[in-house]
Write a protein that binds this ligand. Structure first.
Ligand code: URP
Ligand code: ZN
Ligand code: ZN
Length: 458
């Protein structure tokens, strides 16, 4: 298998130039001007197009039993959708319930994913309880290539851990060189406000964001980073949504806490008015933390541009509008949380970031790909275009114009949160370790070829 991508403009966070990329087998082996293709090599003309490193989504929920139901995608449907949208690697959250042992959860996630995905993937290991037995298993899981934990301050009773468990998890993470990803919301405040709202007769989807104002998230960030500071563990805030929470993260960074921050494409583009739509449409936009007032968006864009926030993820958590969101029709606390976007993230970030003048092209690549590879131990195998890197490449057509819609999407959910939104640009060719997996915007890859990526701690 050999592949030549000719004449594209290669863009990485630290370089931008026109050249040919020669891939042998699964790897980039040469980058040069005017490489002559040997007979039999596949040649892709990228004239007038960009060539980006495959994009990386550092936060997804492809397999997720949650709130009494199961997320709608499979590794087959989600990986196809990821690739069509230019994402060649994703990190799925392995989230066993508190009743389950970590190793059992880890095996379940492997069982759900092995031999199914068309693109490469890794896990963040959910620590949903912490005791002597689970500690031993977590050590083993890290040794099996997962040097990142995920903890939830929210969702008590399901995934959430208490402060003692949080402290011990962070101590273990520090010892093992593991980064700890955290969902930061103060669960006690959420629970109290949910109770108040329900007893005041607020049962509709608007109760969701009313129960989780910015203070709830900001307190969660402060709380988590206090613990991270005392233990010295590396911290990564997932799905940061608002100014107040960002200020807490920045204050901790100034105190010396080692913290990276992720935001989501949803928070950059969707505001609270979506979560106020009538006819239960708002349930499509229920996620945690909730969509915020529009004023937060400029803050997040600025934080990306200036390097305060490192990554843009999706938190892809797909639940159907017709059959799953209605579980909470009479009680907003029962609406399955999540807004799917694994397929849309890159094109929306390009359209509303680069084309709208909010991001330069190289920052776009950094926050959509390279920074996640660096943060989670995959660089330069992923997130790079250089000899020796995996040949995960996105030939991106900036001249493409189209609209997002349920009818055209690849993922399995029965709605598109960005229905009717215009995109400017899309991947015309996507490769996974040297094999073409998308051509002219259509999936043509191989289900099951995607590999679980072993990583090492630092
Ligand atoms: O609403 C969300 N974010 N759903 C997925 C689970 C989580 O909190 O990450
Ligand atoms: Zn979360
Ligand atoms: Zn999540």
């Amino acid at each position: 298998m050999s592949l030549l991508i000719q004449n594209g403009e290669i863009v990485t966070p630290d370089s931008r130039y026109v050249a040919d990329i020669w891939c042998e087998g699964e790897t980039i082996t040469r980058i040069d001007r005017a490489i002559d293709p040997p007979p039999g090599a596949e040649v892709i003309d990228a004239t007038g197009k960009y060539v980006f490193p495959g994009f990386i989504d550092p936060h997804t929920h492809i397999y997720l039993p949650f709130m009494g139901t199961l997320a709608r995608d499979t590794y087959e449907t989600a990986s196809r959708a990821a690739l069509v949208g230019g994402t060649t690697t994703f990190f799925d959250m392995c989230c066993p319930s508190r009743a389950e042992e970590p190793m059992a959860g880890f095996e379940t996630w492997h069982g759900r994913s092995a031999g199914r995905s068309a693109c490469d993937y890794s896990f963040h290991m959910g620590v949903t309880k912490f005791d002597a037995a689970s500690e031993e298993q977590l050590r083993e899981i890290v040794a099996r290539g997962v040097p990142s934990f995920k903890i939830f301050l929210a969702y008590k009773g399901a995934f959430g851990i208490d402060d003692g468990e949080l402290y011990r998890t962070l101590k273990l993470a520090k010892e093992l060189g593991v980064v700890v990803c955290a969902h930061c919301e103060n669960e006690t405040l959420v629970a109290e406000r949910q109770r108040e709202l329900l007893s005041a007769g607020v049962t509709g989807p608007e109760g969701h964001y009313l129960s989780r104002p910015p203070e709830v998230e900001a307190e969660g960030v402060h709380h988590f980073l206090t613990f991270a500071g005392l233990t010295g563990a590396r911290a990564y805030i997932v799905h940061l949504s608002c100014d107040q929470a960002l200020r807490e993260a920045m204050a901790a960074r100034l105190r010396g806490v080692d913290v990276a921050v992720e935001t989501l494409i949803q928070y950059l583009l969707l505001d609270r008015t979506y979560a106020e739509r009538g006819n239960f449409e708002a349930s499509k936009y229920v996620m945690s933390p909730p969509l915020r007032d529009a004023g937060n968006q400029a803050v997040l864009w600025h934080a990306l541009r200036s390097g305060l926030v490192q990554t843009v993820a999706t938190d892809h958590a797909p639940f159907d509008f017709e059959t799953q969101k209605p579980m909470g029709r009479e009680d907003f606390t029962k609406i399955p949380n999540g807004i799917p976007s694994i397929e849309e993230r890159v094109n929306l970030l390009y359209t509303h970031g680069v084309c709208a003048g909010r991001l330069d092209l190289q920052t776009f690549v950094a926050i959509g790909s390279t920074n996640a590879a660096k943060q989670f131990g995959l660089f330069p195998r992923k997130g790079a275009i250089q000899p020796g890197a995996d040949a995960d490449l996105v030939v991106y057509d900036p001249a493409y114009r189209g609209t997002l819609s349920r009818a055209k999407q690849t993922h399995a959910v029965d709605y598109n949160a960005f229905e009717g939104w215009e995109i400017k640009g899309r991947p015309s060719v996507v490769t996974v370790r040297g094999e073409v997996a998308v051509r002219d915007g259509k999936f043509c890859g191989t289900l099951g070829r995607g590999k679980f990526l072993m990583r090492a701690g630092c």
